[in-house]
Design a binder for this molecule. Structure first.
Ligand code: O2Y
Ligand code: MN
Length: 611
């Protein structure tokens, strides 16, 4: 392939710097041809047909799932690979102790080696895309180069992709370059050819971010967050750096619109570590009468102070890349119903009548399936039919819960920020932070508990500060300092910060709180706090509801269970505070003094509670 041909292929709208970059990447990766994606339906349908012909996609029964396809990945390529994810800042300190750091110069050499000829025999796709509504003030642009048609069709669902984004790139000149290769060339340097695979990938993987030059290079995986570079790589790791430098927030948070019985509208963002029911919360069906919850976003929020001084959020994505297993009419009917057409499924099981199935989808298990590896499967098989990290990719507006303001380019004003975690002990069902600094302390100490704890102790905590542990593109403690700064800008216009815990356990190991739609009850209390309708009680973790202010009507909960949901054990809290001090210590001087001050205040509250 000659450079001349690549330039010739470029659409008229493509600016010179973009064309030059595409040429440079093509000279390195040596694709057979270059395709500039326009985002059209024709382009999508052609790629679908080509992937069906090549065996990458199975077309599902159009009577049951019109417009739906199933992809099966290589068994070695089924999830994000944190161990191969790197932040390549000039100084290791700028990546911090929670990221894998690599020297940018050394990583560039490594990447030059692995990307050399990596696309030979393949088509290189150029995907111009917008994160956030096209042209929106909070939105940003990017271009992903990839040799994976699977990535193209997923990016088409997950972002605003194609010619309109390219036009904005030409107008603004402000875009993030992102290069992706599955790392499986069809022609070697010595001319040896090899057949393609249904899911090509490499055992050698590099998911790399260059925060100073704002670049992404990803090699070796075709899966999810490793390959759909608009999502975790751009919208979180690179965007968190942009946000730090420009005074905004790029967060691993869902966004909800909530309407109360009196018609008042609120917006809420929420950060949860994985396996805490984030998608279910994003599509919550409240059990309390008169309340309506709608989805603005299920995973990522970009938030900026607006002209009125309040914090405004957009969902930078256009689709959901959700976990399939245990999505059912019981757990999340909204998600399940959204998947009945125009959905890409990855690594779920195939039924005999050309439909999909996964564990937890139905009460009855089909007698026969083709599992996610393509093998026959029966209920007696020793492995799950669907991979536990199997996924659906679906446009956000296919969810009936989508809010009318989900694409407002100016964003939605945020009233409440929630932090959650999977905690068997200590953390009550809900508590309100005393102020912004305390809220940042709560976000910084978010954790899930690994093991059951003996009385007066706390189980092993897996910290996931702000649910950003694998997604912060710079030093986590500097990120906390940035949150403190944003709080100063917002002043008394800042959203109120709450912590929730749906997973508190009774002494017999059973969950105390029913969860799912009932989670609307503590959220209602938070919104009534925002409205100034209810008082609260000062407690160790924050301000908690008086029992009579929490709407528990119709719930089968004893007074003892309610008391346990808000119980504080001094010894267990002291143990947790000690562990928090050790946790902060790993960040050395980067840990903000304000968070140590919050730790002192926590100690004081524990002492006062003893009295
Ligand atoms: O395993 C992957 O590649 C996907 S990870 C993911 C996908 C959608 C939303 N959130 C996540 C996550 O890991 O937080
Ligand atoms: Mn996520």
């Amino acid at each position: 392939m000659t450079t001349h041909l690549i330039t010739f292929n470029a659409p008229a709208e493509a600016p010179a710097d973009l064309v030059a970059w595409v040429e440079k990447v093509a000279e390195l990766t040596l694709p057979d041809q270059v395709h500039w994606c326009d985002g059209s339906l024709e382009e999508r349908d052609r790629l679908y047909a080509e992937m069906v012909a090549s065996g990458t996609f199975t077309k599902l029964n159009p009577e049951k799932r019109p417009g739906c396809y199933l992809a099966r990945s290589a068994p070695s390529d089924v999830a994000r690979v944190e161990s191969r994810t790197f932040i390549c800042s000039e100084h290791p300190d700028d990546a911090g102790p929670t990221n894998n750091w690599a020297s940018p110069a050394e990583m560039r050499e490594t990447l030059k080696g692995v990307f050399a000829g990596s696309m030979s025999g393949r088509t290189m796709f150029v995907i111009p895309f917008s994160m956030g509504p096209l042209g929106g003030d909070i939105s940003r642009l990017g271009v992903e180069i990839t040799d994976s048609p699977y990535v193209v069709v997923n990016m088409r669902i997950m972002t605003r992709m194609g010619t309109p984004a390219l036009k904005l790139i030409a107008e603004t000149g402000d875009w993030v370059p992102a290069v992706h290769s599955v790392g499986y060339p069809l022609v070697d340097a010595d001319g040896t050819t090899r057949d393609d695979l249904a899911w090509p990938c490499s055992d050698d993987k590099y998911i790399t971010h260059f925060p100073e030059t704002r670049e992404i290079w990803s090699y070796g995986s075709g899966y999810g967050g490793n390959a759909l570079l608009g999502k975790k790589c751009y919208a979180l790791r690179i965007a968190s750096v942009l946000a730090r430098d420009e005074g905004w927030l790029a967060e691993h948070m869902l966004v909800l619109k909530i309407t109360g019985p009196d018609g008042r509208v609120y917006h809420l963002t929420a950060a949860f570590p994985s396996a805490c029911g984030k998608t279910n919360l994003a599509m919550l069906r409240p059990t309390i009468p008169g309340w309506r919850v709608e989805t603005v976003g299920d995973d990522i929020a970009w938030m900026r102070p607006g002209p009125d001084g309040r914090l405004y959020a957009i969902n930078p994505e256009a689709g959901f890349f959700g976990v399939a297993p245990f999505t059912s009419l019981k757990t999340n009917p909204t998600a399940l119903l959204a998947l009945d057409h125009d959905t890409i499924f990855t690594n779920v099981a195939l039924t005999d009548d050309g439909d999909v199935w996964w564990e937890g989808m139905t009460d009855e298990t089909p007698a026969h399936l083709i599992d996610w590896t393509g093998k026959d499967w029966t209920p007696g098989s020793p492995t799950p039919a669907a991979h536990p990290n199997s996924r659906f990719t679906v446009r956000a507006d296919q969810a009936s819960s989508i809010a009318d303001d989900w694409e407002n380019p100016a964003g939605v004003p945020i009233d409440v920020i929630l932090f959650g975690g999977r905690r068997a002990t200590n953390i009550p069902l809900i508590s309100e932070s005393y102020d912004w600094e305390h809220g940042v302390f709560v976000g910084a100490t978010v954790a899930s508990e690994q093991t059951a704890a003996a009385e007066g102790t706390v189980g092993a905590l897996r910290r996931d500060p702000f649910a950003m542990l694998p997604f912060c593109g710079y030093n986590m403690a500097d990120y906390w300092a940035h949150w403190l700064e944003v709080g100063k800008t917002l002043g008394d216009k800042a959203p109120r910060i709450f912590q929730v815990n749906w997973f508190r356990k009774d002494t017999d190991g059973s969950y105390l709180w029913p969860g799912f739609g009932e989670n609307s009850r503590p959220i209602e209390w938070a919104l009534r706090r925002v409205n100034g309708e209810v008082a609260a009680i000062d407690a160790i973790s924050g301000r908690i509801p008086a029992v009579e202010d929490l709407n528990l009507e119709g719930l089968d909960l004893s007074a003892d269970q309610v008391a346990k949901l808000f119980a504080f054990d001094n010894d267990a809290w002291s143990a947790e505070a000690d562990v928090t001090a050790e946790y902060f210590a790993q960040f050395g001087e980067h840990a903000p003094a304000e968070l140590y001050a919050e730790l002192d205040k926590l100690h004081a509250r524990i002492e006062a509670h003893k009295g």
